[in-house]
Ligand binder design. Sequence first.
Ligand SMILES: [Zn+2]
Ligand SMILES: [Zn+2]
Length: 163
Amino acid sequence: MFKNGQIGKIDGKDKEPSLSARLRRVHDEWKSLSDQELEEFVLGIQAIASSDEIIPVMARTEGGKKVYVSVRRERDPRLRADAIRVHGRDCMACGFNFEKFYGDIGKDFIEVHHVVPLSKSGRTKTSPKTDLIVLCANCHRIVHKQRDICLSLNELKSHIGRQ
Ligand SMILES: [Zn+2]
Ligand SMILES: [Zn+2]
């Protein structure tokens, strides 16, 4: 316990010992945590010491800025509108309708999915009728859940027993 009320390690001269690079990294990562969060973390380690789970749950810093460079496929917004005109706004996998569930705020909301991802097809002619489907946000995330694999509508429907 430091004289100023802070809790931590001190050396023989009541000074904070200088930290190794490794400890400094740990310190930087944890210094923003409150005593209560640190306590929860330590108790978490104790609680799992006897179980298989080795990664404790703790608050971590996020929200810093990162710059990404990426290639995005050009999309035609008219195709999206046409897909919704053709297929409507009920999820074609589970039947979810945003407006029915959320009321006014869900009006016009639905996601449009490429049956064959543009990343695979490259530059191509897209038919709103056959190349696009409409999915709710949950179903859309699930068809893209596996990296590099995209579930077909029928595969997804069979997973949720709608076929
Ligand atoms: Zn759905
Ligand atoms: Zn998609």
